[in-house]
Design a protein around this ligand. Structure first.
Ligand code: DC
Length: 239
C-alpha cells in the first residue's frame, strides 16, 4: 500500500533527538507531525488516572477508541491536543514513558493503533516519529531515518529534557528506567525497535540538533534531485 501523501519516518530510542528533528522538519516542510510516542504515553496516563491495570491488554486496547490526539502547528511549537485539550506536561515523565513502553508490547493495542496512526498522513505530507514508523506503520515512506547515539549521550540529553520540564529526577532510577525501556523496546516480539530496510542511519552522538537537521535536509535535497533524475531518465528513455 502506497501512502497518498509523502511520508518521512524518524525512528530510534529515547534521547537521540527524534522529537526535535521531527518537529523542525515538519515546520520547515510545512508538513503534518505524528509523534507516536505521545499516543502510547496518553494511553498510559489515561489507564493510570482511571486505575486501569496497566497489564490488562483488553482494557488498554479498548481505550484506543476513546482518544483523539492532534499535533497543531503553532507559531513557535507544535501544540499537542488530547480530546481537544492541551496535554499536561506530566505525560513526558520517565515513569509514563516506561508504562507506555509496557503497554506498547500488547498486540491488541498496536493493532488498534495502526489504522489510527495512518490517518495522520494528510496533505501535503507527514513527518512520523517513533519506534516502528518505517518498519510497520509507514513501510512505503519516501524517506526513512534511524537516529541513534551512545547510551551516555542519550542519558544526559534525557536528563536535560526532564530538567527543562522542571521534573525532579533521581539519577539512578532514571538510568535503570532508560535501560529497562530500551531492553523492552528493542526486544519485544511485535514491532521491535529496529532500523527499517533502506533507512538512513544517523549517529547523533556528536552532533547538535541543528547539525542533525542540516544533514537530513541535505539528504532530502539530494534524494529529491536523485529521484528527479531517475524520473527524467525513465520518461526520456521510453520509446
Ligand atoms: O518516544 P517516546 O519515548 O515518547 O515513547 C514512549 C514509549 O512508547 C516507548 O518507550 C515505546 C512506545 N512506542 C512504541 O512502542 N512505538 C512507537 N512507534 C512509539 C512509542
Amino acid at each position: 500500500m502506497n501512502n497518498i501523501f509523502p511520508v518521512i519516518t524518524i525512528d530510534g530510542p529515547s534521547g537521540v533527538g527524534k522529537g526535535t528533528l521531527s518537529r523542525r522538519l515538519a515546520k520547515i516542510l510545512g508538513w503534518n507531525l505524528l509523534d507516536s510516542g505521545v499516543i502510547y504515553r496518553v494511553l498510559a496516563l489515561v489507564a493510570l488516572e482511571n486505575k486501569i491495570n496497566i497489564n490488562h491488554e483488553e482494557k488498554i486496547a479498548a481505550l484506543v477508541d476513546t482518544i483523539q490526539i492532534a499535533f497543531i502547528n503553532g507559531k513557535n511549537r507544535f501544540v499537542i491536543l488530547f480530546n481537544g485539550k492541551e496535554v499536561k506536561k506530566n505525560i513526558f515523565t520517565e515513569n509514563i514513558g516506561n508504562c507506555a513502553s509496557k503497554i506498547a508490547t500488547f498486540s491488541q493495542v498496536r493493532e488498534n493503533l495502526l489504522i489510527y496512526q495512518r490517518t495522520f498522513c494528510k496533505r501535503p505530507g507527514l513527518v512520523a516519529d517513533g519506534r516502528d514508523m518505517g518498519t510497520v506503520v509507514f513501510p512505503n515512506a519516501e524517506l526513512k531515518i534511524f537516529l541513534y547515539a551512545s547510551f551516555k549521550e542519550r542519558r544526559s540529553r534525557r536528563l536535560h529534557q526532564l530538567h527543562k520540564k522542571s521534573f525532579s529526577v533521581n539519577f539512578r532510577s532514571l538510568l535503570s528506567q532508560i535501560k529497562e525501556r530500551d531492553e523492552r523496546d528493542y526486544n519485544r516480539k511485535l514491532a521491535p525497535l529496529i532500523p527499517a530496510i533502506g533507512s538512513l542511519m544517523l549517529d547523533s552522538t556528536h552532533l547538535s540538533a541543528e547539525e542533525v537537521k542540516a544533514k537530513v535536509l541535505m539528504y532530502i535535497r539530494e534524494s529529491l534531485v536523485l529521484s528527479a533524475t531517475v524520473l527524467y531518465n525513465t520518461t526520456h528513455n521510453q520509446g
